[in-house]
Ligand binder design. Sequence first.
Ligand SMILES: C[S@@+](CC[C@H](N)C(=O)[O-])C[C@H]1O[C@@H](n2cnc3c(N)ncnc32)[C@H](O)[C@@H]1O
Length: 211
Amino acid sequence: MMTNAMVAVTRKIEYLASRNKLIYGISALYYRSIVENEVKLAGITPADQVLCIGGGPCPFTGILIHRLTGARVTIVDNDYNCVLCARHLIAGLGLDQHLKVIYADGKDIEVDCYSVIHLALQVAPFEEVFMELERKCRQGTRLLVRLPKKTARPFYSHEGGVFFSDCRYAVHGKSKNVAGTALYIKAGSNYEKSGSVYNVDNRTCYSHAAV
Ligand SMILES: C[S@@+](CC[C@H](N)C(=O)[O-])C[C@H]1O[C@@H](n2cnc3c(N)ncnc32)[C@H](O)[C@@H]1O
């Protein structure tokens, strides 16, 4: 119930931001330091293919990941109006060559071609989506998972829990609802790491993240 209310409030602000440059600028500022931390944590480079689950009407995270790294980004949302709004915004920013917005549920996406998968704080049902993505993604894929701060946990579908206790972690500012972001790397036996380049099933992937 509270989770739905939080999604509705965030969406409302994002719809306003998509139509008003000032609100867009202020909202983007909220995300900027979070995304900078996440880019560093996962070592995202232009060679990465990034998937963002839960873009909303204003997919600030996907836009900032692209702007900070040059990586191509696919954004997914399971709300059709959010997808239409996000596509319109991205076309208006002239970024539609680099960012794609797909209408789908996060757990139904084919993830084989992505080297980084980002999960927004409001993705729900969190465990189901995370476990399905983790099962399908290739070895070495870096999953960035936003975790709510303690006081905001009732508003979100997950607390972080057991999945992320051994993960590297970026801590964000106290003023954010996002306490931090965990870097979960899909393990596997048949990859070899050498410097920032490693091989997954004979494909070359690039990462600065620890595996
Ligand atoms: C309001 S946004 C916040 C993201 C923010 N704009 C950003 O850039 O990080 C959260 C979105 O996640 C979407 N969402 C939640 N669960 C989802 C799922 N299982 N699959 C796809 N989208 C999901 C909601 O529809 C909502 O629009």
